[in-house]
Design a protein around this ligand. Sequence first.
Ligand code: PMP
Length: 457
Amino acid sequence: MSAPRPAGPEPTSAQLPVPGDSHRADRLRELDRRHVWHPYAALPPAMAPLLVDSAAGVRLRLADGRELVDGMSSWWAAVHGYRHPVLDAAVTDQLGRMAHVMFGGLTHEPAVRLAQTLVEITPPGLEHVFLCDSGSVSVEVAIKMGLQYQLGQGRPGRRKLATWRGGYHGDTFHPMSVCDPEGGMHHLWRGVLPAQVFVSAPPGDFAAAPDERYLAELDDAVARHADEIAAVIVEPVVQGTGGMRFHHPAYLRALREATAAHDVLLIFDEIATGFGRTGAFFAAEHAGVTPDVLCLGKALTGGYLTLAAALCTPEVAAGISAGGVLAHGPTFMGNPLACAVANASIGLLRAAAPTAAGSVAAWQVAVRRIEAGLRDGLAPVATLPGVRDVRVLGAIGVVQLDRPVDLAAATAAAVDAGVWLRPFRDLIYTMPPYPADDDDIARIARAMAAAAVAVPR
Ligand code: PMP
């Protein structure tokens, strides 16, 4: 049922601009305000979005002519920045062959190449690749793999998932059920979402000594709930949207041992952490463990197109296939444009970069440099009033306040400092595109400091 439209003509300011229109930007902003729903927003949104005309390198160009260094990599995705010639060429070249073709009954070179590459670069043992359209969908697929695997093993009672608090796995319903039950907006869905098993959030930091009591808690939780859980799902090493917290890899090893002992599957959600962001190409490498299922997304295509993947081991694939098919098949599964640009993006990350100490992969040089720059630039922020913690891991920098951030004031302060940031809750954070140079990183750190002390105007 649609609500009746208000009577009378639309105001002229809300007509689409035509070429040469000097009020183009105003008209677009007004139409956006009226019709476009933005992420995590009401209508109309509390804060008007900035209008971006174009982006190149690590800079976003706004319609009013301002240029901002992108401190967000478009939510962890644009690891190479924007308009990278190699990525642009990969899309254009693939466009000359086909933009899309259904994946049921058909296959194509970009997808086959990508699957083969992902098997090669992910932790050993992951051999099968299910391509899908977004991170949340890959988590849905991973969960479905877990449930179908247990069904195939004759354990229909294992229908729940277990996770630790403070996590985030996406906004569709099953992924929401394993997000932190207290954080974000997911409390709205209490009673609607399937009830899952939660243990407390991993304590400490990446470098803090592992907590023996917590290791035992993980082991105990898996053992106690083994008869009702199909899988344990966690973000390895970095909990992102659930609070930008880091933890010791020993907890991942403990989960690996406990789940293996009870034939519970272990799912790692590396949608945010994959492709070098944490200082290892995949965060699982910090722990030296292979999960049964691995979710990838975001930076998979260098931020060009939406694509995600759920990889699994031969044991999981065989367990599912013994009982029939994996019942999933998105329309845009294996989109050729997305696969082609993913192949090009991974190629850029893995390219050899000569250094004084010999040849190192390009991503590693970039992430080490950004990590050092963020440590230097953010060190003075720790002493600012209202700052509770500053932490850096790989190409991720986090400033945590002792109060919720004022989004409008913090954003305005960062923009005034020439940087695009998107703080949330009590967190001002950055994960810059890898080509960001030392000056860009220093500028991002200054903008984070300005955002941390920003007060409402
Ligand atoms: N898992 C993690 C760890 C994420 O950070 C996100 C996205 N923020 C998702 C899943 C969901 O991915 P998408 O937004 O592509 O659905």
